[in-house]
Design a protein around this ligand. Structure first.
Ligand SMILES: [Mn+2]
Length: 238
């Protein structure tokens, strides 16, 4: 099987835990606090992210340092996609949605961010003892996970890729309809994008954006254990 940059696959972590976090939106210091609170061990554990690394929070410029960490593995979110398209996107719209930090970077820094963000995969698949777990930012455009991977691996482009990205990065259809049908071929699909007061599940689709990026209004980071599919509680180290 050929592998496009749009999908990243990870074999089972036999050494430590695999955790997933919801949208970060520039709150990396609070994310680090949450990781410390569960005894995250960078030598053995891995942190997967459903994307939206930047916009809105105080530590957006830290994103590149996080992306250099060998245990941190995000998919691309709709806000990350603004960075990828920074020369052609709707700037007013982006700034309204928290993008002013990017406008303050030098041209060289902007290019460096865009280059790194363009390498983010759209989909991640992680092997666990129970089977494969998928991560996307918003939702899966197919009822079957393999259907998505086949398209992405085949190197779709143009309008077809745009249509797929539109759902993967932006869709709220499933949660608006409370659609329990789930995604075949996975133990679980983990997504963010839609902030909720507590983690939620529709079929095998897990929603984990609990607003770690609006701590002032009671939001917090959920760290979902990908092997047990149970959120790890702060204060519980190994
Ligand atoms: Mn989002």
């Amino acid at each position: 099987m050929t592998e496009s940059g749009l999908v990243r696959r990870f074999s089972q972590n036999l050494l430590g835990r695999d955790l997933a976090v919801g949208d970060i939106h520039g709150y990396f210091a609070l994310l680090q606090q949450a990781l410390d609170g569960v005894g995250f061990d960078p030598a053995r554990d891995r942190l997967f992210s459903v994307g939206d690394l930047t916009d809105r929070g105080p530590d957006c410029a830290e994103a590149l340092a996080w992306l250099a960490r060998p245990w941190f593995h995000p998919v691309c979110g709709n806000h990350d996609d603004y960075v990828c398209r920074y020369q052609s996107c709707d700037l007013d719209n982006w700034i309204q949605n928290g993008g002013s930090w990017f406008q303050q970077l030098t041209e060289i820094e902007q290019a460096r961010f865009a280059e790194r963000y363009r390498a983010l995969p759209l989909a991640i698949e992680v092997q666990t003892q129970a089977g494969p777990v998928g991560l996307l930012h918003a939702d899966c455009p197919f009822s079957n996970w393999q259907g998505l991977l086949d398209k992405l691996d085949a190197g779709v482009s143009g309008g077809q890729l745009r249509a797929i990205k539109n759902v993967c990065l932006w869709s709220r259809r499933r949660i608006e309809l409370l659609d329990e049908s789930g995604v075949e071929g996975l133990v679980a699909l983990v997504v963010g994008h839609t902030p909720l007061g507590a983690p939620a599940r529709l079929g095998n689709v897990h929603y984990i954006d609990t607003g770690g990026w609006y701590p002032q209004e009671g939001g917090y980071f959920t760290l979902l254990d990908l092997h047990s599919l149970i959120p790890v509680t702060i204060g519980a180290s190994r």
